[in-house]
Design a protein around this ligand. Structure first.
Ligand code: IPE
Ligand code: IPE
Ligand code: MG
Length: 235
């Protein structure tokens, strides 16, 4: 159990939470620092938040770390993010043991450097029997994911497809849809994240910038989730 005594313990209604970790750049700019400084702190906070979600009983956490469109940023920013990713991957083995994390990277890994691809394959393999599933969306775009899924289905020879066929061909085939999608940073959009999977996800937008998102904020988000009535089109 987490240290905060206000911490809610979640049940199976909130098994999967997804985060659009936005606002690193603005967080740094507010401190008159380069955007890359924000990514460093964002990466630190990401570890803290994932751990806390596990502590309160959430089973699956999905984070949007880098989109297919984020390659369009200045080269030094992209390089910094890839370096942070590489450093992060080096810590995963320890994190996995301490916090029982099972890593899955979702997105098109084929354009990453061979070294990053090797590290990703390694941490996925060694952590595969752990319990807290962490999906890291990397070079992820929901439309690219859906196109990739359709192509897989076409190659399988199917001429008619079902919703289940599509879900099963997505990068997220191994887990249920998110119960809640949270976006930090104040913008109210999905930015090409989990468009198919968001069908009945509860959406939560906060102005808090990602590096500032706290355990108390998570408690508020959980509270809000339990105040919502999920109706799935029914009455
Ligand atoms: C999110 O923070 C991290 C990535 C997209 C990699 P941003 O870098 O988008 O931060 P803002 O939105 O510019 O503040
Ligand atoms: C979404 O944030 C992508 C990630 C958080 C990784 P962006 O900052 O890229 O999204 P836009 O450009 O504001 O829509
Ligand atoms: Mg942003």
């Amino acid at each position: 159990m987490a240290e905060s005594n206000k911490a809610p313990l979640v049940d199976e209604r909130l098994s999967h939470i997804a985060f659009i970790m936005d606002g690193n750049g603005r967080w740094a700019s507010k401190k008159m620092m380069p955007r890359t400084f924000g990514h460093k702190h964002g990466a630190e906070n990401f570890k803290k938040i994932v751990q806390y979600c596990g502590d309160i009983g959430i089973k699956i956490v999905t984070v949007y770390a880098f989109s297919t469109e984020n390659w369009g940023r200045p080269q030094n920013e992209v390089d910094t993010i890839m370096n942070l990713l590489s450093e992060y991957l080096d810590t995963c083995e320890r994190e996995m043991e301490e916090h029982n994390i099972r890593y899955r990277f979702i997105g098109d890994m084929s354009v990453l450097t061979p070294e990053l691809q090797r590290k990703i394959a390694y941490v996925e393999e060694i952590s595969k029997d752990k319990d807290l599933l962490l999906n890291v969306a990397l070079n992820y775009g929901s439309r690219a994911e859906i196109v990739n899924a359709f192509n897989k289905i076409v190659k399988s020879g199917k001429t008619e497809i079902t919703e289940a066929d599509i879900s099963d061909a997505l990068y997220t085939a191994h887990c249920p849809d998110p119960d809640m999608i949270v976006r930090t940073g104040g913008d109210i959009r999905l930015s090409n994240f989990l468009l198919w999977q968001a069908q009945y996800s509860e959406l939560y937008f906060t102005d808090v910038l990602w590096p500032d998102l706290s355990k108390e904020n998570i408690n508020e988000i959980v509270q809000e989730f339990y105040n919502r009535k999920r109706k799935y089109g029914k009455v």
